[in-house]
Design a protein around this ligand. Structure first.
Ligand code: COA
Length: 259
């Protein structure tokens, strides 16, 4: 088990597959501040492992993937702490997950609500077990979806669907979620991880460089991030070119390069 800084965010590696488990069953896997920081650390650790080709994120138990941000934790914050720490660090963690090099699969094994849906939205694929309820109940509590639920979710799911969840409080079943494009596949109760492992195998049989480059390009097209993928892909091209070889040889031989 890798050290994420919080034992409730469990990160393990099995060959080329990384698995992150949110383990706070007594609170339906709701995320407090330390767990958010640990999620960011987990993303960093996965990203660093060049041998890792795919990652899965899920919740512990059968009842909840994640019931959102910890209501008791955030409601005790001052407005400054709420905006500058809670929301900002939540974005940092969720951005790190959405921008992972490796494809990420979320196994929705129960309630996927509020911050839980925002977390699920960071994944490239969502597999929902059949009993799952999905929604964005925050405005019913008098707060906004603040971990990218009005931003990334709009890009990924479309504005009208987000309106239905965020403004009307509609909750969707897994099957409805499949029809609406919120989820990519269904699994029977307790079988989500098996389905995700199978999906990860499909990913891991494909060219890792091509897969990761394609993910970066899709993210860029979606507006997830543009500058880093552009420089990463161009940097990769330049670093494998004859031009670079000649430039370095000229530098070492103290002569002008001949391009
Ligand atoms: N933050 C903090 N605690 C939460 C939580 C959250 N987002 N969601 C659930 N919990 C806690 C409950 O307070 C309860 O704690 P307790 O046993 O100490 O009282 C425990 O998890 C179990 O939840 P409970 O409400 O008893 O389960 P349930 O099956 O009756 O209802 C839900 C399940 C998901 C419908 C309900 O817990 C809920 O509405 N949660 C909030 C969802 C939400 O609004 N998320 C967005 C937050 S910004």
């Amino acid at each position: 088990m890798a050290d994420t800084g919080d034992s409730r965010i469990r990160l393990s590696f099995e060959g080329p597959l990384a698995t992150i488990v949110i383990a706070r069953q007594d609170k339906l896997n709701a995320l407090d501040y330390r767990m958010v920081l640990a999620l960011e650390q987990a993303a960093r650790l996965v990203e660093e492992q060049t041998a890792v080709r795919a990652a899965i994120i899920t919740g512990e138990g059968e009842k909840s993937f994640c019931a959102g941000g910890d209501i008791e934790a955030w409601s005790a914050l001052s407005p400054g702490e709420f905006g500058l720490a809670w929301v900002r660090h939540g974005h940092r963690a969720f951005d790190a997950l959405a921008r992972l090099r490796q494809p990420l699969i979320a196994v929705l094994n129960g309630h996927t609500l509020g911050g839980g849906l925002e977390l699920a939205a960071t994944a490239d694929f969502r597999i929902a077990e059949q009993h799952v309820k999905i929604g964005s109940p925050e405005t019913g509590l008098g707060i906004i979806p603040g971990w990218s639920g009005t931003q990334r979710s709009v890009n990924r799911f479309g504005p009208q669907l987000v309106r239905r969840m965020a403004l009307l409080g509609e909750l969707f079943t897994a099957e409805e979620g499949l029809g609406l494009g919120l989820v990519d596949a269904l699994a029977p109760r307790g079988r989500g991880m098996a389905a995700a492992t199978e999906m990860a195998q499909r990913i891991m049989h494909r060219g890792p460089l091509a897969t990761q480059s394609a993910k970066m390009l899709i993210n860029a097209a979606e507006g997830e991030e543009v500058h880093r993928p552009l420089e990463a892909l161009a940097g990769g091209l330049a670093s494998s070119s004859e031009e670079l070889k000649e430039g370095l040889a000229a530098f070492r031989q103290k002569r002008p390069p001949e391009f």
